[in-house]
Design a protein around this ligand. Structure first.
Ligand code: GLC
Ligand code: CA
Length: 545
């Protein structure tokens, strides 16, 4: 397997709005990130990925870009960015930016021109269509609810927006779009950034003739179209390959068979992708846990066949993993540490999302007014319009809302968790006095200190990066066990993801010897018997011989 720096790296994702506010306006900013670089260095991560920081009217918190060459006012200036990049590199950390090129903001100059008249030179930068019998051109739905088409009075045509109506889709069939975007990508790479996370990159090609979807909400007419591969290969050839960078594509609706096409080394498209198969599971219990293990096994195949993969449990679109996949009540610390053990030992590059390292949990705002996430707010309106009970709808949305992961980072027990001296743009999770970085730093056995330990454990064992992956007990609903193996060592990971105890039977392995290297619960290394009783949410890593 080819060695690459990004295969060995641990990535830390920052949602800049919610990370650290340096000037008291309630919004996290670039100077705020600079203040915390030493913390990230201490934690041991190698790469920082920033959610979009470009100029944006913030209809979707930066995923609606109005100027790719400028920094969002609230976040700082280009001088702040240059300083951030320099300070990051000074600490031997890498900086990866979000790249949103499926769509722009409707306030981007290109779109302002495009919508101004049917024969404007920028008209074809976007996807315009006449109506069909006085209705939308096809049945596609916006991922943020309603039709994906918006009628524009001025020119009497519809434009496509797979996300909000303020996020019109670019027309990637137009060579000028390609040229402009590639130029922009090159401009950022010349600045010295270390790579891109590409937003819904597998949506950029739309099926010829824009046919109806088979089911109104199915994505087959715009996900994984052949054009995506053409564009990515050209992008790689013409721009990316000139730099030593990493790329990771956000790709909803991919199976390993499809995913392989993006990441197989010889195809020269992307280094890795984020698939969604595991986050579509409602939890990690019972049958779902077995499915999760199957998903890991299937995706390992992609790595074996000359590709690579990412490992993540959280990001700015997902609920908090300890709430969804672990136990955010009695076993919060134990289960957060179990998830950390898993994240750092499965095959693929691990991604940590801000706050995950202290075991931050979901939040339950008591009113829809407190929610900001456009998906949550639109979904709420849509359900209420059907005549449903507002309280029931709110209860349903609480565990799903993207705001669960967007509440401000919890730094200490001071007002607003030390995130801001002003009023935070989104309310702080009320549990910040109990869960925060300052407190976690002081407690030897905190989730945070365990993350640090697991990150450095991964660094000490290249087997966890390049070693083979062999699952055990595949039908067990409680225990996830696997062996990572290289020429010089074999590591056995055993995870009991349950509130119940469970016995692990050593007879299945016929070992000469075993040596406990790390565990998430205090453990005397004396279990020499044939069976080990694992306590609730216990995680162990052994060296086996
Ligand atoms: C991706 C982003 C999400 C955003 C959407 C539209 O899924 O992760 O936050 O809303 O794309 O850009
Ligand atoms: Ca600020």
């Amino acid at each position: 397997m080819n060695r690459k720096w990004w295969k060995e790296a641990v990535v830390y994702q920052i949602y800049p709005r919610s990370f650290n506010d340096s000037n008291g306006d309630g919004i996290g900013d670039l100077q705020g990130i600079i203040e915390k670089l030493d913390y990230l260095k201490w934690l041991g991560v190698d790469v920082i990925w920033l959610n979009p920081i470009y100029q944006s009217p913030n209809d979707d918190n930066g995923y609606d870009i109005s100027d790719y060459y400028n920094i969002m006012n609230e976040l700082g200036t280009m001088a702040d960015f240059d300083e951030l990049l320099e300070e990051t590199h000074k600490r031997e950390l890498n900086l990866v930016m979000d790249l949103v090129i499926n769509h722009t903001s409707d306030e981007h100059d290109w779109f302002v021109e495009s919508r101004s008249s049917r024969n404007n030179p920028k008209r074809d930068f976007y996807i315009w269509q006449k109506g069909k019998d006085g209705k939308e051109p096809n049945n596609w739905l916006s991922r943020f609810s309603g039709s994906a088409w918006e009628y524009d009075e001025k020119t009497g045509e519809y434009y496509l927006h797979l996300f909000s109506r303020k996020q019109p889709d670019l027309n990637w069939k137009n060579p000028e779009v390609k040229e402009e975007v590639f130029k922009m990508i090159d401009w950022w790479l010349k600045k010295g950034i270390d790579g891109f996370r590409m937003d819904v990159i597998n949506f950029i090609g739309k099926a010829d003739g824009l046919p109806d979807s088979k089911k109104t909400d199915s994505p087959e007419q715009y996900a994984n179209q052949p054009l995506v591969h053409e564009v990515l290969q050209a992008m790689n050839r013409e721009v990316l390959s000139n730099y030593d960078i990493m790329t990771v594509g956000e790709t909803p609706f991919v199976t390993p068979e499809i995913g392989r096409l993006y990441v197989q080394e010889e195809r020269q498209e992307l280094d890795m992708i984020f698939h969604f198969e595991h986050v579509y599971l409602a939890n990690f219990t019972g049958e779902n846990f077995i499915k999760y293990k199957e998903i890991q096994k299937k995706w390992y195949d992609v790595i074996r066949k000359n590709g690579w993969n990412s490992q993540y449990l959280a990001n700015h679109d997902q609920p908090r993993p300890v709430s969804k996949f672990g136990n955010d009540q009695k076993y919060r610390c134990e289960s957060a540490k179990l998830l950390a053990t898993m994240l750092m030992t499965l095959p693929g590059t691990p991604y940590i999302y801000q706050g995950e390292e202290i075991g931050m949990t979901n939040v339950k705002f008591s009113s829809i007014e407190n929610y900001n996430d456009i998906w949550t707010v639109n979904k709420y309106k849509e359900e209420i319009a059907k005549g449903r009970d507002p309280e029931v709808v709110l209860n349903e949305l609480q565990p799903l809302s993207r705001d669960n992961s967007r509440t401000p980072m919890q730094w200490n027990s001071n007002q607003n968790a030390g995130f801001t001296s002003g009023t935070p743009w989104l309310k702080v999770n009320p549990n910040y006095k109990k869960i925060n970085v300052e407190k976690a730093l002081l407690a030897q056995d905190s989730v945070l200190n365990y993350y640090k330990k697991m990150i450095s454990f991964r660094k000490e064992h290249a087997t966890l990066v390049y070693g083979s992956y062999q699952p055990l007990m595949e039908d067990d609903q409680q225990i996830y066990a696997y062996i990572r193996k290289s020429n010089n060592e074999s590591l056995l990971v055993i995870l009991n993801n349950s509130i119940l105890e469970k016995e692990f039977d050593w007879n299945q392995l016929e070992l000469k010897e075993r040596d406990l290297l790390i565990a998430n619960l205090p453990t005397a290394n004396k279990d020499k018997g044939e069976k080990t009783i694992l306590r609730p949410y216990e995680a162990r890593i052994y060296s086996i011989f």
